[in-house]
Design a protein around this ligand. Structure first.
Ligand code: ACO
Length: 459
């Protein structure tokens, strides 16, 4: 855990008469903004902070990932994402996220062995798949099967035993590609392909996805390299929605399989990991360069729910560095499949060019995010659109587990329990059944809008 980084600086919170409400300590991070410590504001001064969606709230200390959204910087344990994506394997990055530094040759060999030892799933677990409809979304299967792992591995659910924690970590990183590939095989009616431990992590995934018993399948090294890069750029992204979910669920001392399953559910949404699927659907909907202006117009229209998928980010207010990595990989993969002139890529590039020159996107600092190009890469490799988010979940498992491990090992960690700004009824007497009005009569009252700005107390 990081050293205590409390600075000498203190914030003095005064009321409108200049009376001191509270003195708030300030933490200086190793990089980035300073953080005001409001942990004791409620018990000492009777005030809460209001920050729905946590845009200005640091929910934990962490030493894993640093993002400078204005400069477009993403570092894992200090290493820039583009260097990691170019030079590392996904397992090296997983080790880095989990244990604090890149492994040496012996450590990497041992970690690789620990992971490959656990790539198979319990044979009884394979029967789960028969119960899902063929058209089931792989994310539904993934979150259900990962949660079910806790039933198969009760020997690794004691979160306070470091050895059991490590065993769960190995199992989850090892089994995610197997579980995801099985979901795909089930959807196309092909037999499951067992993991091959002589293959590297990405090649093994491709083999489990595309090999069939009737033919010899040879993994294309360009595809394996692309999957490796894709897994690395999606491996961790500090306290995003799914990671915060994993931490929140884990803070209740739920077992790691349940916590990761919750992360998978959070990742599924189209505003988060589901965006890569949505980008492809959007590009197909736009269809032709001549339609771009109409869709840009719709994206800007506040009365239209359409948004440019793969654009914008809560943290990045400049080009997402992961999108740059994916752009390069995209070129390599499309060249490999002889689709340098792929119309969908040409459409994506033109859409990006037009959006980045448009005042609406410029003023709001909306740039392509990681998902803008990752879907095109996966499509060229032959991965079905429905599997895009499942691949993201495989990648993010390393980050979720590193964050979960850090949280369990953090002595400051308590159960996550936010407060609220209550905007409902004042105390009132119970109304007998025969005297109650129908909800439609009282609808205006029941559904009254929330105050969007808090009252300015004292005026
Ligand atoms: N298209 C059009 N307008 C947009 C877009 C977009 N993709 N993204 C943001 N905006 C606009 C909003 O309407 C808002 O405009 P306003 O200030 O006039 O009201 C402004 O930009 C700020 O947007 P917010 O929604 O407040 O930004 P927030 O940080 O809450 O949302 C998010 C970030 C969810 C990623 C958003 O940009 C979005 O919906 N993007 C599309 C979905 C997407 O690509 N998600 C993947 C994110 S990366 C990941 O999770 C791996």
């Amino acid at each position: 855990m990081a050293q205590n980084s409390q600075s000498d600086k203190k914030f003095r919170l005064l009321d409108d008469r200049g009376e001191l409400i509270s003195e708030l300590p300030v933490f200086a991070g190793a990089l980035g903004f300073e953080v005001v410590d409001v942990r004791h504001l409620l018990d000492k001064a009777g005030y809460c902070t209001f920050d729905p969606s946590f845009g200005s709230t640091a929910s934990c200390r962490s030493t894993i990932t640093y993002i400078d959204g204005d400069k477009g910087i993403l570092l894992h344990r200090g290493y820039p994402i583009d260097q990691l994506a170019e030079k590392s394997t996904y397992l090296e990055v997983a080790f880095l996220l989990l244990f604090g530094d890149l492994p040496n040759a012996n450590e990497l060999a041992q970690f690789g062995k620990d992971i490959t030892y656990h790539t198979m799933v319990h044979e009884q677990l394979t029967r789960f798949y028969a119960g899902f409809p063929r058209e089931a979304h792989p994310m539904a299967i993934l979150s259900a099967v990962v949660s079910a792992l806790s039933a198969f591995y009760p020997d690794s659910t004691d979160i306070f035993d470091p050895e059991q924690r490590l065993l769960s970590i190995h199992r989850l990183i090892a089994k995610m590609p197997t579980i995801a590939a099985m979901a795909y095989k089930n959807s196309v009616g092909q037999p499951f392909v067992y993991p091959q431990n002589h293959l590297d992590y990405s090649s093994n995934f491709l083999n489990m996805m595309f090999a069939v018993p009737a033919e010899t399948y040879k993994v294309n090294p360009v595809f394996a390299k692309a999957i490796n890069a894709l897994l690395i750029v999606q491996a961790d992204h500090e306290q995003n929605a799914s990671t915060s979910t994993v931490r929140t669920v884990g803070s209740t001392r739920a077992n790691p399989f349940a916590s990761i399953s919750a992360g998978i559910a959070a990742l599924w949404g189209p505003l988060h990991g589901g965006a890569n699927e949505a980008v492809l659907a959007m590009l197909e909907q736009i269809g032709d360069k001549k339609n771009i202006s109409e869709f840009i117009k719709r994206a800007k229209d506040k009365n239209d729910s359409f948004r440019l998928m793969g654009f914008g980010h809560r943290v990045y207010k400049s080009y997402d560095p992961r999108a740059r990595v994916m752009q390069k990989i995209c070129d390599e993969v499309l060249h490999e499949v002889g689709a340098d002139n792929d119309p969908l890529l040409a459409l994506a590039r033109e859409l990006e060019r037009i959006a980045l020159a448009d005042d609406y996107f410029v003023e709001r600092k909306l740039y392509p995010n990681v998902d803008f190009y990752s879907g095109i890469v996966q499509r060229a490799i032959g991965i079905p659109v429905k599997m895009f988010t499942a691949l993201f979940a495989i990648a993010r498992t390393a980050g979720w587990l590193a964050q979960w491990k850090e949280m369990i090992e953090d002595p400051d960690q308590r159960i996550a329990r936010p407060r609220q700004l209550y905007c409902g009824e004042s105390p009132r007497d119970y109304v007998a059944l025969e005297e109650r009005k129908s909800l439609t009569d009282t609808a205006a009252k029941v559904h009254r809008p929330m105050p969007s700005e808090p009252a300015i107390v004292g005026h």
